[in-house]
Design a binder for this molecule. Structure first.
Ligand code: DI6
Ligand code: FE
Length: 414
């Protein structure tokens, strides 16, 4: 980053800051495409957007008490949102990567006691401070590319104390950095080694873990892994009913490796999102459209486990399902901490358009977290979560691989 915009320091008190000489991709739902405003201005007051639109319509009352920042013709987008991550984890699984390179599949490794369960051992052995320290570099990598909101799942603790430790570490990420963290309780991620049966473990998730986590306000949503190697739709239904009784919205890892009709189950519960979705069918897509459930596609996992079945992007388009794109950053199937590269994969591997990718890491990603009133577009009233880019056209954000054109990142006006 060059220093042009740095000396301004943090915005204080009643001062209004206006970003001028800027091209906006507002991502606003009411506008066509990316909601482009060529000669734009954005006014920020008390950490929120007071105005975003054509510079010519900027209210005089705002100009009078404002300091201005010349963006020198750069592009501004909303701060990016990574709406599906497991960045709070301990250790890594590079060894399993080597095994897979010699022919083992993800499912075979999981069934042989590796996979998620090996990350559970590492996480249980780590203190909350160590977990926080190990997770911060992953958060920093995301933030370096303009991410201002990140979802973080538990799911490597799999007992009351360790799930609480994970979610606390996730909350502490937000106290440590200028970023919004949305936490998700993923107790139904895998069967821990000490569990006697899946149904007994689901009882424990519902009766012991969820009440403790809900009581401490540690989770903003509840998720599960609905898959042959994880939990059935009937088991997930029980978890979702319990989540509802605690007033928590739900999400689901659905139809990743096979079609268990997880997307339809998520839709039935009005889930914020159903994620992965490689094996989702037309009925699942239509159910999601009817319930307003966002389809979160995760091309990093598809790429890393060399899946060949792509999520049915055409069915989502036809049915009118909102799509988001996320890293799924996790040690087993997507050790990926670049949302820019993820967009490139969404386009290259899944055939998503530039617009779908960019809206998928902003407006629709906010909706997948239930945060659409707070962030995800450049619109008055939302948090001033902004990213300023050294690019000539928005497509560059999707086109490049391994290059970061971020000039400035602003979270809540700071
Ligand atoms: N699906 C995934 O891709 C990750 N979790 C899930 O439910 C994988 C997590 C891991 O292998 O550690
Ligand atoms: Fe995941």
């Amino acid at each position: 980053m060059d220093s042009v915009l740095q000396p301004m320091g943090e915005q204080r008190g009643d001062r209004i800051r206006i970003y001028t000489n800027v091209r906006l991709a507002t991502m606003a739902a009411g506008m066509l495409g990316l909601g482009i405003v060529e000669d734009g201005a954005v006014a920020v007051e008390h950490g929120r957007i007071a105005y975003a639109g054509p510079a010519s319509d900027l209210p005089q009352a705002l100009i009078a008490k404002a300091e201005t920042v010349d963006c020198e013709g750069r592009w501004m987008t909303p701060g990016l949102i990574d709406c599906h991550t497991h960045i709070v984890h301990a250790g890594n699984r590079a060894h399993e990567f080597e095994l897979r390179l010699s022919g083992a599949t993800y499912e075979e490794i999981a069934l042989a006691g590796g996979g998620i369960v090996s990350s559970v051992s590492s996480l249980r052995a780590a203190s909350e401070d160590a977990l926080l320290a190990q997770s911060l570099p992953r958060l920093d990598a995301l933030m370096a590319e303009g991410v201002t909101t990140v979802e973080v799942k538990s799911g490597y603790g799999l007992d009351v104390d360790n799930e609480i430790k994970s979610l606390r570490a996730a909350r502490r990420l937000a106290e440590t950095r200028k970023v919004t963290v949305s936490t998700t309780f993923l107790g139904a991620h895998a069967l821990p080694p000490e569990a006697t049966s899946k149904s007994a473990y689901i009882d424990y998730v519902i009766q012991a873990m969820l009440p403790a986590i809900a009581a401490q306000g540690l989770a903003d949503a509840v998720d599960g892994f609905c898959e042959g190697i994880a939990f059935s739709t009937d088991e997930m239904r029980r978890v979702f009913e319990a989540a509802k009784s605690h007033g928590l919205p739900v999400k689901l890892h659905a139809d990743q490796l096979s079609n268990l009709h997880g997307a339809a189950l998520a839709a039935e519960f009005g889930a914020l999102s159903a994620d992965h979705l490689e094996y989702t069918d037309g009925d699942g897509a239509r159910a999601m459209a009817a319930s307003g459930t966002v389809a979160v596609v995760l091309p990093g996992a598809y790429y890393f486990i060399r899946e060949t079945k792509k999520p049915p992007i055409d069915l989502f388009r036809e049915a009118g399902v909102a799509m988001a794109v996320a890293t799924d950053c996790n040690p087993g199937t997507s050790p990926l901490t670049s949302l820019l590269l993820t967009m490139n994969m969404g386009a290259t591997l899944f055939g998503m358009t530039v617009e779908e990718c960019l809206i998928g890491v902003t407006r629709n990603a906010a909706t997948a977290l239930g945060l659409q009133a707070e962030t995800g577009t450049l619109e008055a009233g939302k948090w001033a979560d902004l990213a300023l880019w050294n690019i000539e056209r928005p497509a560059e954000l999707v086109y490049r691989m391994g290059f970061n054109p971020l000039h400035l990142r602003i979270w809540h006006g700071l």
